[in-house]
Design a protein around this ligand. Structure first.
Ligand code: EPZ
Length: 514
């Protein structure tokens, strides 16, 4: 305390102590003694866990006790100050090296998040394997703990005990931090007959409305009232219904599935989303005793059941992370093998990459991608719901097309604001122009290193690929966006021979898991 007072610095940064507990500066002016204790306990917990000391659970329990008594001040303060890791983190990339080697693909963020929310539908302990270490996962675990769950996340396994859940109000501060908290609406309504959430609001890539979610729950008999930004749903006796979605929304399909599993009678969702993550959610819910059919097609049927039982389940591989690595291998003229992936989930990307001249071999859950020559252009790619070309790989494939021999057109039909990476790529020497939802890409022989900024998760991943392919040094800023969907992306590409360093100016990224 005295040490901090003596520093007299006032910027308000939180730092993680290494070596002796107070080696790094924590600003006394910014935090009170409760938080000071919480940080000490939090770091002791991490240190004990790193040395897998038996004291870990003690410090973790003390930290949570402290966090509960201080009203979650530390994490909620951290999350509000740093929505994704440290906003000042940068990636420094020396480009021009062909990627090579083998990489294991981690579990899918967009499957794990709705499945973690769906665990609330059963009373007891759910175990999930192959869960990636990402900030969004940690925030979802944190929200579940705020609702009364007991959660652990170690070495890719998450356990969620829902027996003590009592709250069905999702706090506004956390809704704003992570849009996927909207997935809690269906399960909480189904289990408790009532839920309150907040409009998650838009993000860099678009308006992100939830009208289809609300209309689906209303069709099941929920009464919905909106007060300012708060949405309160009442539905003690949900009843099965036919629901026609105007657009095959992933989130709306998942929320309606989770609300309908305990409803009276049969629900049919027409024009449902068909993404592999929807199929994974059906398999998880059926493993808990639900009766759902049709996920993966545009018609899903849910026969309501009385009760669901906890289960143990393995999350599917992340097709978007796999796609990102495949495109990086092609853009750097490399030769990379991906393991623990599912090629069947990437048919549209494989098709496009082969048209650019990239060699791809598939054998069960292993894929090898190699590219020795300059890629060819592709006259037209249109993003659309699965199984068409995924919007979550649009920015990454645009990097490859910007280096291709010829002219390509990319049409984005899912999100209205998903071309923010174009200006950054043009700073690196690309030649791309945009008109409404179409991008016109004139291929150039090479890109050049520059300082660029990630504006959202996938745009950030695209800039990393551009930096790997570019001549010279690239600095990618606002890395916290990338941390939401890639587990330490610098380590992923270092393991394939790339020169990528993370520069953390103040603190280490928030990672509860390791
Ligand atoms: C999921 O978002 C994914 N997120 C997104 O991945 C992905 O881009 C998107 O599906 C499309 O594939 C998760 O699974 C956590 P939507 P979601 O509902 O559910 C409009 C990433 O990079 N819409 O299918 O929000 C909406 O505005 C993220 O990992 C309505 O108008 O997507 C959008 O334009 C980004 N009303 C379009 O539909 C609604 O009620 C697609 O949204 C719902 C959606």
């Amino acid at each position: 305390m005295v040490l901090l007072a003596m520093t007299g610095r006032t910027e308000g940064w939180i730092a993680e102590p290494y070596g002796s507990d107070v080696s790094r500066i924590i600003q006394f002016a910014e935090i009170d003694w409760e938080q000071w204790i919480s940080i000490l306990l939090f770091n002791q917990a991490k240190r004990q866990q790193r040395t897998s000391s038996p004291l870990y659970s003690l410090f973790r329990a003390l930290y949570h006790l402290m966090a509960v008594s201080t009203g979650y001040r530390m994490l909620s303060q951290w999350v509000s100050v740093n929505p994704g890791g440290d906003t000042l983190d940068k990636l420094v990339i020396e480009g021009g090296r062909p990627l090579s080697g083998s990489i294991r693909i981690h579990g899918a963020k967009n499957a794990a998040l709705p499945i973690m929310a769906a665990s609330l539908l059963a009373d007891g302990e759910i175990t999930l394997h192959n869960v990636p270490h990402l900030l969004d996962i940690e925030v979802m675990l944190y929200i579940l703990e705020r609702l009364g769950c007991t959660c652990r996340h170690e070495q890719g396994t998450v356990t969620i005990n829902t027996s003590l859940v009592r709250s069905h109000d999702v706090p506004e501060d956390l809704m704003k931090q992570m849009r996927s908290s909207i997935f809690l609406m269906g399960p909480l309504l189904a289990r408790f007959g009532r839920v309150s959430v907040y409009q998650p609001g838009g993000c860099a890539i678009g308006e992100r409305k939830i009208d289809l979610h609300l209309r689906g729950l209303e069709a099941l008999g929920a009464q919905i009232e909106e007060q300012d930004q708060q949405i309160i749903c009442h539905g003690a006796n949900l009843t099965g219904a036919d629901i026609h979605l105007d657009f095959p929304s992933v989130g709306a399909t998942e929320n309606i599935m989770m609300a309908a599993v305990l409803a009276e009678g049969t629900t049919t969702i027409f024009n449902a989303a068909r993404e592999p993550e929807i199929q994974d959610l059906q398999h998880f819910l059926n493993a808990m005793g639900a009766r759902i059919m049709g996920a993966g097609t545009d018609t899903i049927t849910i026969n309501g059941v009385e009760k669901l039982q906890p289960c143990t389940y393995e999350i599917i591989p992340d097709r978007i992370v796999a796609g990102t690595v495949m495109i990086a291998a092609a853009a750097t003229r490399g030769n990379v093998t991906l393991t623990h992936c599912n090629p069947a989930h990437l048919t549209s990307l494989i098709h496009v990459l082969k048209r650019t001249g990239v060699q791809i071999t598939v054998c069960n859950d292993i894929m090898t991608v190699s590219c020795m020559t300059r890629p060819k252009s592709v006259d037209r790619i249109v993003t659309s719901p699965y199984p068409s070309f995924p919007t979550d790989l649009q920015s990454q494939i645009m990097v490859l097309l910007s280096l291709a021999d010829g002219f390509s057109v990319m049409k984005e039909t899912v999100f209205e604001g998903r071309f923010k990476h174009v200006d950054e790529l043009n700073v690196m020497g690309a030649d791309i122009s945009v008109d409404l939802n179409a991008a016109f890409i004139r291929g150039v022989p090479r890109l050049y290193g520059a300082t660029v900024e990630a504006t959202d998760l996938r745009a950030g991943a695209a800039l990393v690929i551009a930096g790997l392919a570019a001549q010279g040094k690239t600095i990618v800023e606002q890395v916290h966006h990338i941390d939401r969907g890639y587990d330490q992306i610098e380590k992923l590409f270092q393991s394939l021979g790339a020169s990528v360093e993370r520069q953390s100016t103040v603190s280490k990224q928030l990672d509860f898991a390791n």
